[in-house]
Ligand binder design. Structure first.
Ligand code: SF4
Length: 172
C-alpha cells in the first residue's frame, strides 16, 4: 500500500470534495454541530438528508480541516474506486492520474455547455440539465446533443472508474 502515491492522486483530483461527484455528504447526528463549527455548510432540516453541502467550503485544492479531531467521518472513510485500486496495487499511479486528468478535461468541456444556474453543485446542474434535455427529446440543438453525449460519458466514467452511481453516495 503506497500512501505517498495516494496523496498525489487525491491532490490531483479533489472531485469528491468539489461538488463534481457529489452534491452533499452524509453526517451522523452527533457530528452536525461540530462540523458546522468547522465552517462546513450543514443541512439539518431533513433527517433523510443530514449532512453538508458540496462543493465543500473547506476545499481549496486541499482539505483545510484534514487534521481536525472533528474531521467528518464520511471524509475519513471515503475512498473512490480509483483510490482503492491504487492502494490495492491493481493500477499504477500513472494510470490513476490519467483517469483523473481525462475526467477533469471532460468536466471542463461540459462546464462550457452548462447554462448558468443557482445550483452550486456541478453534479446537480449536470443532472438537472440532462433531465431537461431528455424531456425535450426531438427539439435538440447540436450543442444540446453534444452536452447529452458528454454527460452520459461522464456519468458512465463516474460509475465504471470512480465507483459512484448514486446522487448521494458518500456513505459512512
Ligand atoms: S471536509 Fe475536507 S475531505 Fe471532507 S469534503 Fe470537505 S474538503 Fe473534502
Amino acid at each position: 500500500m503506497n500512501h505517498a502515491d495516494a496523496n498525489i492522486l487525491c491532490k490531483a483530483c479533489g472531485l469528491c470534495c468539489s461538488g463534481h461527484l457529489f452534491s452533499w455528504v452524509r453526517l451522523n447526528a452527533s457530528e452536525l454541530e461540530k462540523v458546522e463549527k468547522l465552517g462546513l455548510d450543514v443541512i439539518r432540516n431533513d433527517p433523510r438528508q443530514r449532512g453538508f453541502t458540496q462543493p465543500c467550503a473547506m476545499w481549496n485544492g486541499v482539505c483545510s480541516v484534514y487534521t481536525s479531531p472533528d474531521y467528518p467521518r464520511s471524509c475519513q472513510k471515503y475512498q473512490c474506486k480509483v483510490l482503492r485500486q491504487l492502494l490495492e496495487e491493481d493500477i499504477s499511479l500513472q494510470d490513476g492520474l490519467i483517469i483523473v486528468r481525462e475526467t477533469l478535461v471532460l468536466i471542463r468541456e461540459i462546464e462550457l455547455l452548462l447554462p448558468k444556474s443557482s445550483m452550486i453543485s456541478f453534479r446537480e446542474r449536470l443532472l438537472a440539465q440532462k433531465e431537461m434535455l431528455e424531456v425535450k427529446e426531438k427539439m435538440l440543438s447540436a450543442m444540446d446533443e453534444s452536452f447529452l453525449q458528454k454527460a452520459v460519458t461522464l456519468l458512465a466514467r463516474y460509475e465504471d472508474l470512480f465507483g459512484v452511481d448514486d446522487f448521494i453516495d458518500y456513505e459512512t
